[in-house]
Design a protein around this ligand. Structure first.
Ligand code: AMP
Length: 419
């Protein structure tokens, strides 16, 4: 074993499985790219205060899970635990909100949370995210839900469910919050949970412990206390999803791990993943821009977990779907042949054919073993005698069929024959 290991809660993506991660990232991003979302990339670390203010100081993410440190220059920075706060910061800093609304963006990258590692829960993980800023139109909420579902479906996933809820707004949530606090204060809870009632009572509803859940049976629900505007907003989102033929579960107990959500919230859960079942989630965050010192700029977005989507594909045995990188493997036998092979490999690659070759003057036996292992459909063997005749041997690896093809026709022949 090597002297060093990846830090606890992290893992490397190595071939061939790394191909699956790439395929998942691409597939999750494809629907939003088709829908006019622009690509945004922000730093992997930000000023700590951005997350403390944006994500909400009462959440576990901010209070326990952030990778925060002081730099040599004395700045307080944090490795990003989520994408929305950084994207919103970038929108405001670059005045994207003054160039026409809504601003529609997507991103893909690494995120960091100091969590207790377990299956599907890591300290370094990967998300594809999308955000729409500058409109309260419920159509956008529905659009985002549909685009996420499209991404999952394009990967062949079927055993996931869509949960939606409304968390109300600054008009109706305070009264509900007070009502919920009153209910929660009457329960038998440990001191930490009691403290949470005062800071973020909605999160108590999300407590996974059975004894707590049993006591929560009669808790007041936000859905029964929405104001007229929130009720209407939620009704439009539901109608649009119904019309699009999406099956979803209205889930009044759905709350999310971050403080900033308002109105629509949603989560995608997969039934083959055990306790870490959320493969993605998101919602509306109408007050967040102001919270970060910006103008009023309503927003809605989601983040889809790449790692857990890959696990979901494992659970549905879809992992083999990732394309193999190599199509053609070139085997030169002899120095002169190697020169020709090197040039041929270049021509094949420029023609868009994924090509690899054997290096270092290897013998035919070892080289053909590598050709098989590469997953290529065809091998091209070039010996010195072939060169004299101006041909190479094209061998189809599955059938073993072999033909001599003139060197200057190989690229064309392969372009035609490769599926
Ligand atoms: P969240 O913002 O916490 O809802 O995260 C959005 C999605 O990212 C989740 O639904 C998960 O799929 C994924 N995710 C969040 N935290 C982790 C983690 N620690 N390890 C792996 N995936 C995660």
């Amino acid at each position: 074993m090597a002297q060093f290991q990846a830090p606890k809660g992290t893992f490397d993506l190595v071939p061939p499985r790394s191909e699956l991660f790439l395929a998942v990232r691409d597939a999750l991003a494809a629907p939003v790219r088709l829908a006019g979302y622009g690509y945004v990339e922000t730093p992997a670390f930000e000023e700590t205060a951005l997350f403390a203010r944006g994500v909400g100081e009462s959440t576990d993410i901010v209070s326990k899970e952030m990778y925060s440190f002081t730099t040599k220059g004395g700045d307080e920075v944090t490795l990003r635990p989520e994408g929305t706060a950084g994207v919103l910061r970038a929108v405001l800093e670059n005045s994207l909100d003054r160039q026409g609304l809504p601003v529609k963006l997507w991103y893909s990258g690494s995120f960091y949370r100091y969590e207790k590692p377990q299956a599907g829960r890591y300290r370094h993980f990967s998300q594809v995210g999308a955000e729409v800023l500058g409109t309260e139109d419920p159509m956008v909420d529905a659009e985002l839900v549909l685009l996420a579902i499209e991404g999952y479906r394009s990967l062949g996933l079927q055993r996931f469910r869509t949960l939606i809820n409304s968390l109300g707004c600054r008009e109706c949530r305070p009264a509900y919050r007070a009502l919920l606090q009153e209910f929660l204060r009457g329960l038998e809870l440990d001191p930490e949970t009691r403290a949470r009632i005062e800071i973020n009572p909605l999160r108590v509803l999300d407590d996974k412990r059975e004894d707590v859940q049993a006591q929560l049976a009669g808790a007041p629900l936000m859905s029964d206390h929405l104001c007229e505007a929130c009720r209407a907003h939620h009704a439009v989102v539901r109608d649009l999803l119904d019309e699009a033929g999406v099956v979803y579960e209205d889930t009044p107990t759905l709350v999310r791990g971050l403080d900033y959500y308002t109105r629509t919230t949603f989560e995608f859960v997969h039934d083959g993943l055990g306790s870490q079942s959320a493969i993605g989630g998101g919602g509306r965050y109408d007050g967040l821009a102001e919270e970060l010192g910006g103008p009023e700029l309503p927003g809605v977005g989601w983040a889809l977990g790449v790692d857990r989507t890959v696990l979901a594909m494992d659970a549905e045995e879809l992992g083999g779907a990732a394309v193999h990188a190599c199509q053609v493997y070139v085997v030169p036998l002899g120095d002169q042949a190697a020169r020709h092979a090197f040039a041929l490999v270049g021509r094949l690659r420029r023609a868009g054919i994924a090509t690899d070759m054997s290096y270092g003057g290897r013998g035919i036996k070892g080289a053909m073993k590598s050709a098989d292992r590469s997953g290529a459909e065809a091998a091209i063997v070039i010996g010195d005698r072939d060169l004299d005749a101006g041909v190479a041997q094209l061998k189809w690896l599955e059938s073993g069929e072999q033909v001599a093809v003139p060197l200057n026709e190989i690229v064309q022949t392969l372009k035609e024959k490769l599926a």
